[in-house]
Design a protein around this ligand. Structure first.
Ligand SMILES: O=C(NC1CCCCC1)[C@H](C1CCCCC1)n1c(-c2ccc(CO)cc2)nc2ccccc21
Length: 233
């Protein structure tokens, strides 16, 4: 039986990433807002663009704490941020959706999202993803490391030094693999299932631009930052 052990420096790396991940969170909780009131499609679209804009700002701050990220070529840093922003947003949305809530709240939240203005065709893939993330019952270390692995995807468009990104990603993959073995000894497939979610995440993200343009509102207004990072408008 292979003795899996997390080294001192790997523990330090996880600590840095998890603390940054928890520090850089969306200021106010969108789920609470959605549970409080029923909003119009216009209000929901505005809420999404506000939440997503602040999440991008938070993502930029978070990446500064990923060991080695700031040593990457600066243009590659931008390419990684741009390439992972939508996936990071859906991953965060899935984590918000899967958070333990009082009885019946998740159903209300799902209902509010179903009626938010997003067109019907995207509901199944989106909620399938959210529920498959929820079923994993990830601990916060796994959430933080999975987001970091998503950001450090070497084959994003316009990345020049893919090897440098691959080396950073492998460091995170190695410690996440060990953590999964230690955290879920009864489920040797857990790490593979975790990474399998990233494939589902990439597919869901392909729908994103269409989800926005088909939102049932007359005028689809975006912030300058979202125009930049979401390739819209
Ligand atoms: O605000 C949100 N997500 C934020 C984003 C930044 C990080 C925190 C979560 C939005 C809601 C906005 C208002 C109308 C209802 C959806 N949302 C989505 C979502 C996100 C993007 C799209 C289109 O691409 C469709 C749906 N899934 C959610 C799951 C749970 C709770 C909110 C969730």
């Amino acid at each position: 039986k292979e003795k899996v052990e997390i080294t001192k420096e790997q523990q330090a790396l996880v600590k840095v990433v998890v603390e940054a991940y928890n520090r850089h969170q969306i200021p106010q909780d969108v789920a609470k807002k959605l549970l409080q009131d029923q909003y119009s499609a216009e209000e929901n679209f505005l809420l999404l663009t506000e939440m997503a804009t602040s999440q991008v700002q938070v993502l930029v701050e978070f990446t500064k704490n990923i060991p080695g990220f700031l040593s990457l070529d600066r243009e590659d840093q931008i390419a990684l941020l741009k390439g992972s922003a939508v996936e990071a947003m859906f991953l965060r949305s899935a984590q918000v959706f899967s958070k333990k809530m009082p009885n019946g709240h998740t159903e209300v939240l799902e209902e509010r999202i179903r009626k938010s203005g997003i067109s019907e065709e995207f509901m199944t893939p989106m909620f399938n993803f959210y529920k498959s993330i929820g079923e994993l019952h990830m601990v916060e270390e796994e959430q933080a490391l999975l987001t970091t692995i998503t950001i450090l995807t070497p084959d994003r468009p316009y990345v020049k030094d893919q090897q440098a990104v691959e080396r950073l990603q492998e460091t995170i993959l190695d410690v996440l693999r060990k953590m999964c073995v230690l955290q879920h000894p009864q489920d040797p497939q857990y790490f593979a299932r975790l990474l399998g979610r990233l494939t589902e995440l990439r597919t869901l993200s392909h729908y994103h631009a269409e989800m926005l343009t088909s939102w049932r509102v007359n005028d689809h207004k975006f912030t300058p930052l979202l125009c930049e990072i979401w390739d819209v408008q």
